[in-house]
Design a binder for this molecule. Structure first.
Ligand code: HGY
Ligand code: MN
Ligand code: MN
Length: 423
């Protein structure tokens, strides 16, 4: 029988969290380690404790709300997401998945059901890009993709030590341990879809089969600083003009060569010395490529570096490129996907199976435990912007599907997931 979740409680929690980090300039700004992040973490801890979940924070600063199971030998069943946001972001990305997971587990507990496996909600630390240059920080530390000892000297762009930022949120790099896969049965991440495919298909829920790969290069263009009024055209080595050309090459490349779905973005740029009357001497930017085909990702990034190299040469501007992220596309667990598809159908809904064009903590969890994702329709496909919106009914439906899924998995997880074979 379908468990009746409490849509009003879910809605109220989402509304409350949307006030934490609400930015007067628009949207929500709740980056990792900020005052807003700390406030949201405190609020989440209170929600976990008020729901009678056991609260834990691990060495990566990941927060856990755990409902113990009746069998102390059985593995954790985990659901969750992240609570940090991009600058001027929306009210659903990340936090929606945490609150859906909390609603699902709380409903199950209040129904009087006695779970055999411990059930946990996790809020992973710093999923979005941050000044430390380490997106999906908490899940990468947790799964051993990042080694804590390699990060002891890491500092942010403003000079803060990562260790200090992590200590502020209750973590500690000197005590980070990678996940022991034998302790976790599986991970499910509910998340808003962030593109318009479910909305266009008029469907509330999707099941994810694969998560995009992400490749980021930090590129520096070096020209020559000079007087803006007295340097004639033929004598300029203007790094910003050179950047303008490099930026347009992203579009040029994508339009001409790549048959499969692939995108490229330059979303972060710094110009030096950034003064009205000085020919810019230097531009730093990050170019990011995404595709579910890794070889295509690598070929495109290489082609871009080669193309801008030759074009910068003709401008007498030098270039250096450093790869800062090379994250492979990730296929999610096939048996867990099939299980989630059945669950959606049991709720009288057609599902859409789709790949994720956004990155998620699920990418890293999937490398060590069977992992699945439920997508919730995003209206108009808007995300990473203040207009991000998902309907309360759709979020409540996801919580209801997750609740029933967790109950079923508690009984049959060993049949659904035959350990390593289903990764
Ligand atoms: O960048 C991303 O895809 C995600 O929102 N972290
Ligand atoms: Mn995001
Ligand atoms: Mn997210």
């Amino acid at each position: 029988m379908t468990q009746a979740i409490n849509p009003e409680r879910l809605h109220q929690r989402l509304t409350y969290f949307s006030t934490i980090g609400a930015d007067p300039a628009g949207g929500i700004s709740r980056p990792f380690g900020s005052a807003a992040d700390l406030k949201a973490r405190q609020a989440l801890r209170q929600e976990f404790e008020a729901a009678s979940l056991t609260y834990r924070v691990d060495a990566a600063g990941n927060q856990w709300g755990i409902l113990p199971g009746t069998d102390p030998q059985s593995k954790l069943i985990v659901a969750g997401s992240h609570l940090d946001t991009v600058p001027h972001g929306g009210a659903y990305d990340g936090i929606g998945g945490i609150l859906i997971s909390l609603e699902a587990i709380q409903t199950l507990m209040q129904s009087g059901y006695r779970n055999r496996h411990p059930l946990a909600v996790v809020a992973f630390t710093g999923e979005e890009p941050n000044p430390f240059g380490l997106s999906t920080l908490g899940s990468r530390l947790y799964t051993g993709r990042l080694k804590a000892q390699d990060l002891l000297q890491t500092v942010s762009s403003s000079g803060e030590r990562l260790q200090d930022a992590l200590r502020r949120v209750g973590g500690d790099l000197t005590h980070c341990q990678a996940l022991d896969p034998t302790e976790v049965a599986l991970y499910i991440e509910p998340h808003v879809e962030q593109s318009g495919r479910l909305d266009e298909a008029d469907l509330p829920i999707g099941v994810v089969d694969c998560i995009t790969g992400i490749y980021r290069d930090h590129i520096t263009l070096i020209g020559e600083q000079n007087h803006a009024g007295t340097t004639p055209l033929g004598h300029r080595k203007d790094a910003l003009e050179a950047f303008a050309e490099a930026a347009l090459i992203v579009e040029e490349l994508l339009q001409e060569t790549w048959p499969e779905w692939m995108v490229g973005t330059i979303g972060q740029v710094s110009v030096y010395p950034n003064a009205i009357n000085i020919v810019p001497s230097r531009v730093d930017f990050i170019v990011e490529w995404r595709s579910t085909d890794q070889s295509q990702l690598h070929r495109c990034a290489e082609r871009y570096r080669d193309t801008i190299n030759s074009r910068m040469h003709t401008r007498h501007v030098t270039l250096s490129a450093t790869n800062v992220l090379d994250q492979a596309p990730q296929t999610l667990s096939v048996p867990l996907r099939q299980f989630l598809q059945q669950q959606v159908e049991q709720h009288q809904h057609t599902h859409l199976t789709l790949s994720s064009w956004a990155g998620h903590d699920a990418t890293h969890m999937a490398r060590v435990v069977p992992t699945g994702m439920l997508f919730i329709r995003s209206i108009g496909g808007k995300s990473h912007c203040p207009d991000e919106f998902s309907r309360s009914d759709d979020l409540a439906l996801a919580a209801s599907i997750l609740c029933d899924s967790l109950k079923q998995l508690d009984q049959v997880v060993e049949e659904v997931i035959s350990d390593a074979a289903s990764l």
